[in-house]
Write a protein that binds this ligand. Sequence first.
Ligand SMILES: Cc1cc2nc3c(=O)[nH]c(=O)nc-3n(C[C@H](O)[C@H](O)[C@H](O)COP(=O)(O)OP(=O)(O)OC[C@H]3O[C@@H](n4cnc5c(N)ncnc54)[C@H](O)[C@@H]3O)c2cc1C
Length: 384
Amino acid sequence: MSSSSYYHNIPSQEMDINIRNNVPFFTKNIRIDKTLSILPSGIKIEKNVPMKNHTSFRVGGPADYFVRPASVTEFMQIIKSIEIIRAKNLSNIYGFPCTIMGGGTNILVKDQGIRGLVISLTRMKEDVKITNLNHEHTGIAEHFLYSQQGFSSKQFILSEHAIVSVSAGTSLTALCLKTIKLGLEDLSFAAGIPGTVGGAVMMNAGTGLGTISDRLISIDILDQDNNISTLDRSQLLFSHRKLEFVPPFTPLFRPIILRASFLLTKGSREKVERSWKNLIQKRRASQPHGFPSAGCFFKNPDIVNSTENLINQPIIPAGKLIDMAGLKRKRVGDAMVSDRHANFILNLGNATASEILTLRNIVKETVFKKFGVHLSEEVIIQGE
Ligand SMILES: Cc1cc2nc3c(=O)[nH]c(=O)nc-3n(C[C@H](O)[C@H](O)[C@H](O)COP(=O)(O)OP(=O)(O)OC[C@H]3O[C@@H](n4cnc5c(N)ncnc54)[C@H](O)[C@@H]3O)c2cc1C
């Protein structure tokens, strides 16, 4: 398989092998530069771009190449040049690594940066299409609603729903505000979640009030053959902050999401606005602000197999465990566990990725020693 989607996001250890196996990197770069130069002049590919400028953590070394396509057409032109690089074997047998990012609000880029090309989708925010339901959509909508707990066919009324379709680079907040204005419910759970719609779907972003998968009907992706295809909800497996794909897609398959569609309920604009504002206020009171971060660093653990059963509940928030382990304000260089919400690691100014990762190790080891709980990262660690 030689597609860009297949290689998108491969773990950095695999990339290391790719690069070691090859001709000196500078020779390759000259040839890659040439190939990328066939792109239309409007598409600007930058070299050695510090990822700290493109992530909410404000941390990370340079991407070899960085591009922000403004449309699906530009995006496809870029994908075609990557295919040329791979087909002509200008990089190496594994192909030219390609990393996709949205708003960079859930990513920690390591200090040596990212090899290959980083494609940021933040300019791909063409249009939000809102379609009132008609009889053509009944099948999709009913199928979806049947699969949701608490719905029955009797509750499904065409005039009370709309389909909202949006490109992946659109900011999640912009989408929510637009739908709220129209009195569409169901996205107010996302108040205060930064980043793009594509990133939110990939991470199954959410709060205590819901997740992005709750009302997702389908996504458009770039598939293994570099064609755009639509996957409906039944082909997607969502779990806590995770999206996986059912066979025939392999576990390594990481498609690029280009569009997402949601089925939303028409309701009262005042009610949705109120719940949005309430959630923003709650977040302000409970979460740190003023310092860069990537939000919650760790996932909340599932049923806990703890050595000390200190809390009698099936899900113990990671932040509570870190707090109980006495780690608030624990600091390595300029990386610090937040005093206000212990699941946030903050960059106090000049933190490096290596300081953040050392602090991450201390947190994991201490929590494991104290409670027998393995914390796993919610933040995606990229690069080398
Ligand atoms: C202050 C703060 C508060 C936060 N609060 C929350 C919260 O309440 N709930 C929550 O769930 N998260 C929260 N987050 C984390 C983060 O905002 C979400 O995970 C967000 O949805 C990530 O979107 P993004 O566009 O920034 O994705 P990125 O960080 O750019 O990417 C995340 C992952 O998705 C992949 N990806 C991104 N776009 C695409 C695409 N189009 N196709 C394929 N793969 C893609 C990337 O390769 C990467 O692996 C918070 C972060 C911050 C900084």
